[in-house]
Design a protein around this ligand. Structure first.
Ligand code: ADP
Ligand code: MG
Length: 479
């Protein structure tokens, strides 16, 4: 009986009911913003774990909804004594084995059992935010996504150079270029290629020690080591590494001590003839907040960029992904998606997943152009209307009752300075403009923008009403 009350299906069922109830209580908009992204995790010792995609969201949900969730759940199931919220980044609804849950976008993890890699995969990006993440005891590398292999990587004009470079590094034991530096905008395949290199090497020669981690995880481990005065153990971990991959190094910007440590680790590994692979969202020279000597070191091997996708690549990717998922995608639908969703591959994949999930829910209803347009209505609307910095300045100024002129002025009064910082923060979040570009729009330099972004990030956690204002503005701008 006790077991039955907490088995997968029951818990998922209860969660679905709770979602439905909360949706009516708090309204659809708040529900979609805060509760829809939550997924059910494991249950043990009376505690139900719920996964939240970001730390910010976790704080918000705890402050505003956790008591209510706990209350409703306990009423339904007295075995649930507490509800715990765990940050788990990179969670995407995975469609498999019928466990896809449309209401809660949730894939229930098997309680107390090891997840199958193809079912539940957590990218480890942002793993720093996961409070359960051990440091010195656990292995350095984060799990690799089994889907991110060379076989699953579709090659086109825009990524062929990066692909060739990645293959070369994976296939040869002799080091031809060090480091390999991959860069591109988001969602264009850097992480995929890095994992593919790691899989390939592991397969060819399991004795080689390959480590893949995000720059955030590197920083997190470093800071923990400093706090626990265990730098020797920290350094020791990198000693035996044959191939080190660090993803998204732009996140090291401004973190000077971590950069020094990274530089040290980097140099000693290179001197010992180990392969290093780095990714970032910009070329080494354009990285912001990274010290000059590190930049030049990063650029001294082979630098390969992945360009934005072209139509042919988008078609190739759609067909290949649909194939993998066992779906036949009509050519017309593929062309429609490839024409409309040009931003990046992650979003293209997301759209395809949505269409397929919809068809599955309707008992594998045939995928048609009409259905696709309908399912993707909201998404396509937001693509048509990408926010500009001018618009952000205007809307934020209106919201706080100041003028755009004041926002761009040198006035430092809190009533003007805070909205200015919020506008800079939103510009960084909602546009793909760089810090110097944003700075120019406010007549400031990039360090001021960086400071503003950090400040607002801190304030969002400390100050609920400011967080609410920022969220309201985000919704206004994305509407
Ligand atoms: P980045 O690290 O550059 O932000 P990712 O490597 O995470 O991007 O890629 C985003 C998504 O797009 C992943 O699901 C990845 O598998 C997919 N993807 C990217 N490039 C390709 C490609 N050339 N072929 C197939 N899938 C791709
Ligand atoms: Mg990535």
């Amino acid at each position: 009986m006790a077991e039955e009350a907490t088995n997968d299906a029951t818990v998922l069922d209860q969660w679905e009911q709770i979602c439905a109830q909360l949706k009516t209580e708090i309204g659809e908009t708040a529900f979609d913003s805060w509760l829809k992204p939550l997924t059910v995790g494991s249950f043990s010792d009376g505690t139900m774990n719920i996964c939240v995609p970001t730390r910010f969201m976790r704080n918000w949900v705890i402050t505003n909804y956790s008591d209510r969730i706990h209350k409703i759940w306990q009423k339904k199931n007295p075995q649930i004594q507490s509800v715990n919220f765990v940050v788990q980044a990179g969670q995407e609804a995975v469609i498999s084995r019928g466990l896809y849950n449309p209401t809660c976008r949730s894939l229930l993890k098997k309680i107390n059992s090891t997840p199958l890699p193809q079912d539940v995969y957590h990218s480890g990006i942002n793993a720093a935010a996961n409070a359960n993440d051990g440091i010195l005891s656990d292995s350095l590398s984060v799990p690799l996504n089994p889907q991110y292999t060379f076989d699953n990587f579709v090659v086109g004009k825009t990524n062929e150079f990066a692909y060739a470079a990645a293959r070369k590094v994976a296939e040869s034991r002799n080091i031809s270029f060090n480091p390999l530096f991959l860069y591109s905008g988001v969602g264009l395949g850097k992480t995929h290629l890095m994992h593919a290199i790691a899989w390939h090497i592991k397969q060819q020669d399991p004795s080689r020690h390959v480590v893949y981690l995000s720059a955030e995880k590197f920083m997190y481990k470093f800071v923990r080591a400093l706090r626990y005065k265990d730098m020797t153990a920290f350094k020791e971990q990198f000693r035996s590494v044959d191939v080190l991959m660090v993803d998204d190094v732009q996140f090291m910007g401004g973190k000077d001590t971590t950069q020094k440590e990274f530089f040290y680790t980097f140099n000693s590994l290179i001197e010992e003839g180990r392969q290093i692979i780095i990714s970032a969202d910009k070329s080494p020279a354009d990285l912001e907040g990274i010290e000059a000597h590190l930049k030049s070191r990063l650029g001294c091997g082979l630098v390969a960029d992945i360009h934005p996708t072209d139509f042919d690549l988008r078609m190739g990717i759609l067909n290949s992904k649909a194939n993998q998922l066992g779906f036949d995608l009509p050519q017309k639908v593929a062309e429609f998606l490839a024409t409309k969703i040009t931003s990046n591959i992650r979003e293209l994949e997301g759209a395809l997943r949505r269409v397929i999930a919809h068809s599955q829910l309707l008992n594998n209803h045939e995928i048609t152009l009409d259905m696709t347009q309908d399912v993707l209505k909201d998404m396509l609307r937001s693509f048509d209307k990408r926010t500009t910095i001018d618009e952000i300045q205007k809307k934020v100024a209106e919201y706080f009752n100041i003028s755009v002129k004041e926002m761009q002025s040198s006035r430092r009064a809190r009533t003007v300075a805070r909205p200015r910082q919020i506008a800079m923060y939103l510009a960084k979040q909602l546009t793909s403009r760089s810090l110097p570009e944003i700075g120019r729009k406010f007549d400031r330099d990039h360090t001021t923008v960086m400071h503003a972004v950090r400040k607002v990030e801190e304030l969002i956690i400390e100050d609920v009403s400011l967080a609410e204002n920022v969220e309201a503005l985000r919704r206004i701008l994305e509407a």
